[in-house]
Design a protein around this ligand. Structure first.
Ligand SMILES: Nc1ncnc2c1ncn2[C@@H]1O[C@H](COP(=O)(O)OP(=O)(O)OP(=O)(O)O)[C@@H](O)[C@H]1O
Ligand SMILES: Cc1ncsc1CCO
Ligand SMILES: [Mg+2]
Length: 263
């Protein structure tokens, strides 16, 4: 795990271009800004070439996808591949509708992604493994999460982050698990979207080591949440979200190292 990437990120302040969902767009922008990246959002296909040109990395979120956005994503994805800009895909609720599933498949056939970040239900759906996903939530299943993540990574030739109580990060062969975090993440809609964009921010400064970038993003966010909760006397999702933003700005490598629980 290369925590120096956090320093590099803060020094380089990479632009992360997001095609976000309209539910959590502000959490994502503020979270990226707080950690030390520079967010930009766009929903206009015409400016795709300019957006990709200035971006260090791109995060494509399928949360509230219109057909116009699908066309935008195809153009953005192809341009990003040509310019070797890493793409992170967040397949929000990909099991919830045939439309989402078809779109995700088509996008993954049109361009190559560096990382797919989703919860167990989303990653199992993409991997083609039986799972009871529940809308945007992970749902339930009895599959082996490591196997599911590896199957997905091998199928799409990319790094996969399967997030949840334990985050599984894999390139299909190598596997790292991050055991940090807090259940309060689940009480704030958008924790996953934020993680995906943070993964993108780290891929912008990691060279082509997307496995390293993904692990670092997972660990930094999970430890940040854990530190916030330590100060709280009761579960307060609103306070958690606010304080998470503050702590993302303040968190140090030493704090992350001290609490890191990885295997
Ligand atoms: N029970 C838990 N314990 C510890 N950490 C958790 C728990 N559930 C989720 N997390 C953390 O929350 C973050 C978001 O992951 P999650 O799997 O909840 O995304 P998601 O389902 O896509 O969320 P969203 O509601 O934003 O779409 C990750 O950093 C993950 O480690
Ligand atoms: C609630 C919700 N619906 C579509 S996207 C989204 C935010 C979580 O990704
Ligand atoms: Mg999600």
């Amino acid at each position: 795990m290369n925590l120096d990437l956090l320093t590099t990120l803060r020094e380089q302040n990479p632009i992360v271009f997001n095609i976000a969902n309209f539910v959590t767009v502000q959490d994502v922008a503020n979270g990226l800004n707080a950690i030390g990246a520079s967010p930009i959002m766009s929903a206009e296909p015409i400016e795709a070439p300019d957006m990709v040109k200035i971006a260090g990395a791109i995060c494509l979120n399928l949360g509230t996808l219109t057909q116009r956005q699908v066309e935008q994503m195809k153009v953005v994805g192809q341009l990003a591949n040509q310019q070797q800009k890493p793409i992170v895909l967040d397949p929000v609720a990909v099991g919830a509708s045939t439309y989402r599933h078809d779109v995700a498949q088509r996008l993954l056939e049109t361009f190559k992604v560096a990382v797919i970040r989703g919860n167990a239900g989303e990653i199992a759906t993409l991997a083609g493994i039986d799972w009871q996903a529940k809308g945007i939530d992970a749902g339930s299943g009895d599959g082996d999460l490591i196997k599911i993540a590896q199957t997905c990574a091998l199928k799409y030739h990319c790094v996969v982050v399967l997030s949840g109580p334990t985050d599984v990060v894999t390139d299909g062969k190598r596997v790292i698990q991050v055991h940090n975090g807090t259940p309060l993440f689940q009480l704030h809609v958008g924790s996953g979207d934020l993680l995906s964009s943070l993964v993108a921010a780290f891929t912008a400064v990691s060279g082509d080591d997307y496995f390293e970038a993904a692990q670092t993003a997972c660990l930094v966010l999970a430890v940040t949440g854990q530190l916030v909760v330590k100060q709280m006397t009761a579960d307060r999702p609103g306070t958690f979200a606010f304080e998470l933003l503050d702590k993302l700005h303040l968190i140090t490598i030493e704090e992350v190292k001290r609490l890191a629980s990885i295997s």
